[in-house]
Design a protein around this ligand. Structure first.
Ligand code: MG
Length: 277
């Protein structure tokens, strides 16, 4: 029997613009429509950033609230994860939408370099974000941009600063952070299994490496992430026509590894999340 793979669709992010790919959803209405198509194609988790209507980044809780309402209505049961990433806000305002109680929120447990700047997550800020998630019962997805962030997350769980079991995402291919490297990937997987045997994990590859991480994660028993936030191309010659098209690519690879796209019920069971609505 095949085992379920949670397909995360990262719909918008804070970097890609309509000029890069007109299919990148910007307004809340576009985001709900794009996520709905991705949901129908097999995604069970939506990773969400919000934008101002002119495309600029924001972490406005009101926009997050509108998006949450739209997704709850049009994608029943889908896991909604908000980004607390640093490109869309500064300091503690990155936790401003946690009281809305999405199912999950992203949490980086360390700092690293990004293409043109430092991605800064001080110990104090990490504690603030994690504390808000604990208070509002929002499950963190640990964004591990390097190995130390996995160790930090395990420490935080042991100290009761994160509610377990951990869900960790290995991010590879952001320029100046950890590149896409199979040996490092395998080391991440093995280290996570050793330190946190009940943890779940996802591989996320940026740009043209997106599909490599899908293959590797399916092979090693993990979950996968795709979507226009990380990659706007379907292949070397064409832009992805939608988030759903990228989800379909990942879903179609599942049988090759004796996997199938997780239903929302399976995804919630795997991540120990309650059903909503
Ligand atoms: Mg993001």
């Amino acid at each position: 029997m095949s085992t379920p793979a949670i397909i995360t669709v990262a719909i918008t992010g804070s970097v890609p613009k309509k000029e890069n790919n007109p299919a990148v959803p910007i307004t809340v209405a576009e985001q709900v429509e794009s996520t709905h198509e991705a949901f129908e194609a097999g995604a069970s988790l939506a990773h969400c950033h919000v934008r101002n209507d002119d495309g600029s980044t924001t972490s406005d809780p009101e926009k997050f609230g509108q998006l949450l309402d739209g997704l709850r209505k049009h994608c029943p049961g889908m896991i909604v994860q908000f980004s607390t990433g640093g490109r869309s806000g500064v300091g503690s305002e990155r936790a401003g939408m946690i009281p809305l109680k999405p199912d999950m929120a992203s949490l980086s447990t360390g700092s690293c370099n990004f293409p043109t700047r430092v991605y800064e997550n001080s110990p104090e800020l990490i504690d603030h974000l994690a504390g808000a998630m604990l208070e509002h019962d929002v499950k963190p997805e640990i964004e591990a941009f390097d190995l130390s962030m996995i160790f930090s997350a395990v420490q935080m769980e042991k100290a009761g600063r994160i509610k377990g079991p951990l869900h960790i995402q290995f991010v590879m291919g952001v320029k100046n952070a950890m590149p896409v490297d199979r040996q490092v990937f395998d080391f991440y997987v093995d280290t996570t299994k050793r330190l946190a045997p009940d943890a779940t994990w996802t591989g996320a590859g940026i740009g043209r490496f997106q599909i490599d991480l899908v293959h590797w994660s399916l092979e090693r028993g993990g979950h996968v992430r795709t979507g226009l936030e990380d990659n706007v191309r379907l292949d070397k010659d064409s832009l992805a026509p939608s988030n759903a098209a990228l989800v379909k690519l990942a879903a179609d690879l599942c049988p090759q590894y004796n996997r199938h796209p997780a239903s929302v019920a399976e995804a919630r069971e795997l991540l120990k999340l309650q059903m909503v609505g």
